[in-house]
Design a protein around this ligand. Structure first.
Ligand code: ATP
Ligand code: MG
Length: 440
């Protein structure tokens, strides 16, 4: 059953705008033009989330929140305020609004807030993707299974997706999964590694060029944007896109048209964008290395691939999978080997595990993979971790100072999590996780 969102605003066009921003979520939307109408609607059927304007003729959004709270203690309530109302909104947070958004509303931010507000449903109630699209993807851990459900759900829309995660966590695999799960599955999947090309080449690589556009351009070139027509364009290492190319790129995303190098007119393009990065783009934005407007455009939906050490349930199934791929289907992983594999932190993530299993297969003539066939660095790392003295003290002080800065940021921003996350230079999702973990 899809979730219900009630949108309350006296301006019909704002209601339409918010509803359209939420169209990628499969939610059922009800509209109300006044607080009174909203109360009536809630009386008929309690929604799963309310988005309400503050200033409205009749009772305000704050009054509505108070009335709603009296009867529904935990119904997620989002307030949309004009800038002048921010103070009022802060007090609203004390009344139990989950967050507020300042006008003009950033629609990506609205979408993120609503997704967070409906969080439990997003994790629990989504459908599992069918086996034919997950084939070859190992996901046994609860976090990965939830992530696949989420990816499967958003794949069917057209929104830009930003994949984040350490090196080797499976970002490209996820990008291909999104493509396969989308309505563009029949079209091409075009991957470009932004880090592998100098700025001068990236331009013509992406946008193409006309014959004779520059010395050496002996023939015309289509460029990756046009090659991805009807399909998915995967921009890997997007954080390495040169700053000078970013405005043109942003324009292409917004206008859905490009100008090939040396061409006089524009050409329209048609692709779904999936971008990936292994560094914090938010930090890059703060340091002026990445354009904020481009970041928000890319970050409509962000999916974070957790490192392998945070989903240890996947380690052995992945190890078996790679052993089979390497031609060792019949080989068994000894218990002691499995213990080493699950105990190791895998800084190189899945790719490192893949290499380790290929190597172990080659080094093993018998039917059992023994610990000796694993790299010595791995065996040493696990052994020293097992014998390390318990140094909880240092960890706890570190945690205390982290909690301190979280609290300060939340205070400074009057409890607005989006702004607090920005202040801390972490993602909103990351902040929400920390709030939960430290029970703030
Ligand atoms: N869920 C999975 N099941 C099976 N194999 C996987 C899975 N995820 C990743 N892999 C394998 O792990 C390796 C690394 O994955 P991938 O190249 O997608 O990582 P990445 O995050 O793009 O890494 P990098 O940041 O280094 O580019 C690949 O060989 C891929 O096939
Ligand atoms: Mg990659």
């Amino acid at each position: 059953m899809s979730k219900r969102v009630l949108i309350v605003d006296d301006e019909p066009r704002y209601r339409e705008l918010y509803a359209s921003a939420l169209s990628t979520l499969s939610v059922e939307i009800t509209h109300a033009g006044t607080a009174e109408e909203a109360l009536e609607a809630i009386g008929r059927q309690v929604p799963d989330l309310v988005v309400s304007d503050v200033r409205m003729p009749g009772a305000s959004g704050i009054e509505l929140l108070e009335r709603v709270r009296a009867a529904h203690e935990s119904l997620p309530f989002l307030l949309v305020t004009a800038h002048a109302d921010v103070r009022e909104a802060v007090s609203a947070l004390k009344l139990g609004a989950v967050d507020y958004l300042a006008k003009p509303v950033n629609l990506d931010e609205l979408l993120a807030c609503v997704r967070d507000g409906l969080g439990d449903w997003q994790r629990g109630g989504l459908d599992d993707p069918p086996p034919e699209v997950t084939e070859g993807m190992i996901a046994e851990s609860p976090v990965m299974r939830a992530l696949l459900r989420e990816a499967w759900c958003i794949a069917r829309g057209e929104v830009n997706v930003l994949l984040m995660g350490e090196s080797g966590t499976g970002k490209e695999v996820m990008a291909r999964f999104i493509h396969r799960s989308s309505e563009r599955a029949g079209g091409p999947f075009v991957a470009v590694n932004c880090a592998a090309l100098p700025a001068s080449l990236l331009n013509s690589e992406l946008f193409g060029h006309e014959k004779g556009a520059f010395t050496g351009a002996v023939s015309a070139r289509k460029g990756r944007f046009r090659e991805a027509k009807g399909g998915t364009l995967f921009l890997d290492e997007i954080g390495d896109m040169p700053l000078e190319l970013q405005p043109v790129f942003l324009r292409a995303l917004e206008q859905r048209s490009i100008t090939p190098v040396g061409a006089t007119g524009e050409t329209s393009v048609d692709f779904r964008l999936v971008a990936a990065t292994n560094r914090s783009l938010e930090e890059d934005v703060q340091e002026g290395l990445f354009r904020a407007d481009l970041f928000y455009r890319l970050n409509v939906v962000a999916l974070e691939l957790p490192p392998l050490r945070e989903r240890r349930e996947d380690i052995i199934p992945l190890a078996r999978h790679f052993l089979t791929e390497a031609g060792g289907r019949s080989k068994r992983i000894a218990r002691a080997t499995a213990a080493l594999l699950t105990g190791y932190d895998w800084p190189g993530n899945i790719r490192e595990l893949e290499n380790a299993m290929e190597r172990a297969h080659l080094l093993t003539r018998t039917e059992v993979i023994l610990p000796e066939s694993l790299p010595a660095t791995l065996r040493r790392a696990v052994a020293s971790a097992e014998h390390a003295p318990e140094d909880d003290g240092a960890f706890r002080t570190l945690q205390a100072s982290e909690i301190d800065s979280l609290k300060r940021a939340l205070e400074q921003t009057g409890g607005n999590r989006t702004h607090a996350a920005k202040l801390l230079g972490i993602t909103r999702r990351g902040l929400l996780k920390k709030i939960k973990r430290f029970e703030l």
